[in-house]
Structure formats: structure tokens, C-alpha cells
Design a binder for this molecule. Structure first.
Ligand SMILES: Nc1ncnc2c1ncn2[C@@H]1O[C@H](COP(=O)(O)OP(=O)(O)OP(=O)(O)O)[C@@H](O)[C@H]1O
Length: 325
């Protein structure tokens, strides 16, 4: 079942630009420039792109905060702007930089208020809160006013507040921004558990690619307001020619490493050789090296940071959209 559907989604902003010492003229910026997105129920989708690419603007249109300049959009079968109140009951939203908690109230009181705002039956609210308390470790600061919480504590509170009404879709804009390593792990673990159930659909923007690796099978990359990749992380690696690397440590020095069809020799020292796998498998490579005095063999997976950096720069130059895998 499709829960998020956008066709030709656009958002233009009018901005004033300097046109001389004192003169300013208006210019239209296409923040989102004809985006198509289809997300099925239970998917966990990472939405990434360089600064200013249009991620937040897209999420704002999907959640009814901004009215699109063009295109069609529906979330849970509803029109986000026209049916914003109905939609609010079916989605949860966390914008990392902004709070939906009451600043002067203790966290627990904010949660209680949200129960009334969304008219959640007390038993359901209590069950969801219990789960969040244990998975996000909230108990130590439930009675602390929100203004006194650390960023990591507040973020855990924000996630809880977005979930207490039992949303079908969760939109997260930079959910781990500024968090320490432990809080990041807690938040990722929590979201992974949430997604594993298959009932909640999750769409998140992030600049931390570890979020994506941990949570999302599918990756949407946006640049200059257009989707330039829609597919799995593996498809992204394949498209950019990422290679797995096999590192072989030897017991005895080797003068001339063997040539292996389908693999490229990329590093040689007397006791260590490295190959990038092109078409050969790791097994085929090792079979070729069987006669050598092998000490250790390790396989290094391609780094998503590298491939995404290449995608951001290359697409910026060519502007070429990717084929959908
Ligand atoms: N209210 C606004 N008025 C004018 N321009 C805007 C407005 N909001 C966003 N923009 C512009 O639209 C473009 C996309 O912005 P957006 O915030 O969606 O990017 P982003 O991908 O979320 O970036 P970041 O990773 O930096 O958060 C940028 O060029 C930005 O300057």
C-alpha cells in the first residue's frame, strides 16, 4: 500500500537579490523542482542531499507545513495542506532543530498534554509511553523541564512525543544532529526497532550517513531540487563503481603478486597485497592465492561516504538524473 505519493512536486521561493549598490530585484528559486516519490507502507527511506538541496522543503510539503507551488502530493491518502488536521493524527514529525514540546513544562507533562491534544485513549498512551521510556531511557529526566534538557535528552523526548498518538508515517528531519555517540546509538536502535515491525513507514533526512546505513534499505538523493538517485545503497555503489577491497597479509615476503582476472592490484608491500574486486568474487581471488603463505585476509566494504561525496560532486557538474534501478 502506497503511503507517500508525490508527482512533479515543486516549491518555488521568491527571494530578493542585490542588483547593484542599492538595487534589489526578485528572483525565483526552485527549492524543489519536480520531485516524484512513492513510498510503500513499512519502508524506511533515507532522504539525503547536500546543503540547500531541498530536503527540508520536501518534508514540509509532505507534512502540510508548506503549500506546493506545483505537482500532486498525498500522504496516507490525504492532501497534506487541505487535510492537515486529519493528517496530523496519522503522521509523526520530528524536525531536529525545532521542538514540539512545551519548553517550561516537565517532559512528562508535555506527554500528558499531547494525549489530550490527539485524544489518545489512556491505555494506548500508557503502553506507547512505557515502550519509549524503556527503549529511549527516559526515566532519569521525565520530571525535568524541557528547557533544562540536553540536546540528546530532548531529542529522545521529541521522538516519544511524535509517536504517542500511534502514527503510521514518521518524518524525521535530522534526528541525530548534534547528538553524542551514545545518544545517536540509542536513537538509531530505537528507530530500527520501530521500523522492524513493518507497520510504521519512516522517511528521514540526515547528513550522517551512518543513520542511513543502520536504518534505510532505500536511499533517495536530491540535488538542486531534483531526485538524482532512488534505489538501494548497493545500487548506488554499483552505479559509482565502488569496489570491495581484499587485503591479504603474508607470512613471507613476496616479490611479484599474482595477477588475478577480474581483480585489480591496488597496493603492494612485501608482506601485504591489496586487490579491488571488479568481476571476481573473494573466493575466486583466494583460490588464485592459495599457494602463498597467507597470514590474514580481510574484506573491506566500500565506504558510503566516498560514494555519496562523488555523487554530490559529479551530479552537480553533469546535472544528469540517475536511472531508477
Ligand atoms: N523560506 C524560504 N525562502 C526562500 N528560500 C528558501 C526558503 N526555505 C528554503 N529556501 C531555499 O530553498 C533551497 C532548499 O532549502 P532546504 O532547506 O529545503 O534544503 P535542505 O536540503 O534541507 O538543506 P540543509 O541540508 O542545509 O538543511 C535552498 O536554496 C534554500 O535557501
Amino acid at each position: 500500500m502506497t503511503v507517500i505519493a508525490a508527482r512533479g512536486l515543486r516549491k518555488d521561493f521568491e527571494v530578493k537579490v542585490r542588483a547593484g549598490w542599492l538595487r534589489r530585484t526578485r528572483r525565483t528559486v526552485a527549492a524543489v523542482d519536480g520531485v516524484d516519490i512513492t513510498v510503500e507502507r513499512g519502508e524506511m527511506v533515507g532522504y539525503i542531499g547536500p546543503n540547500g538541496a531541498g530536503k527540508s522543503t520536501t518534508l514540509k510539503m509532505l507534512t502540510g507545513v508548506l503549500t506546493p507551488s506545483g505537482g500532486e502530493v498525498s500522504v496516507c491518502g490525504l492532501s497534506p495542506v487541505r487535510q492537515r488536521t486529519r493528517l496530523a493524527r496519522r503522521i509523526g514529525v520530528v524536525f531536529g532543530q525545532r521542538s514540539q514540546l512545551w519548553w517550561d513544562l516537565p517532559l512528562a507533562a508535555s506527554f500528558d498534554l499531547l494525549r489530550h491534544v490527539y485524544r489518545v485513549p489512556p491505555a494506548e498512551h500508557a503502553a506507547r509511553l512505557r515502550r519509549c521510556r524503556s527503549l529511549l531511557d527516559l526515566d532519569a529526566f521525565l520530571d525535568t523541564p524541557v528547557r533544562q534538557l540536553s540536546l540528546g535528552q530532548r531529542m529522545r523526548g521529541e521522538l516519544t512525543s511524535a509517536l504517542l498518538h500511534g502514527p503510521e508515517v514518521l518524518f524525521l528531519d535530522e534526528p541525530t544532529i548534534g547528538l553524542d555517540v551514545v545518544s545517536k546509538q540509542a536513537v538509531r536502535g530505537f528507530l530500527a526497532e520501530l521500523g522492524a515491525g513493518g507497520d510504521v513507514t519512516l522517511m528521514l533526512t540526515t547528513h550522517d550517513l551512518a543513520d542511513i546505513e543502520r536504518l534505510c534499505r532505500r536511499l533517495l538523493v536530491i540535488d538542486h531540487g531534483r531526485v538524482v538517485h532512488d534505489g538501494t545503497i548497493e545500487a548506488l555503489h554499483a552505479r559509482y563503481g565502488s569496489r570491495r577491497r581484499v587485503v591479504v597479509e603474508l607470512d613471507e615476503p613476496l616479490a611479484l603478486p599474482p595477477e588475478v582476472p577480474g581483480a585489480t592490484l591496488v597496493g603492494i608491500t612485501p608482506l601485504r597485497i591489496e586487490y579491488d574486486l571488479e568481476t571476481a568474487t573473494a573466493g575466486e581471488l583466494l583460490a588464485r592465492l592459495a599457494g602463498l603463505a597467507l597470514r590474514e585476509v580481510s574484506i573491506v566494504e566500500p565506504d558510503i561516504e566516498d560514494v555519496v561525496a562523488r555523487l554530490y560532486t559529479r551530479e552537480a557538474v553533469t546535472g544528469a538524473p540517475s536511472p531508477t534501478p
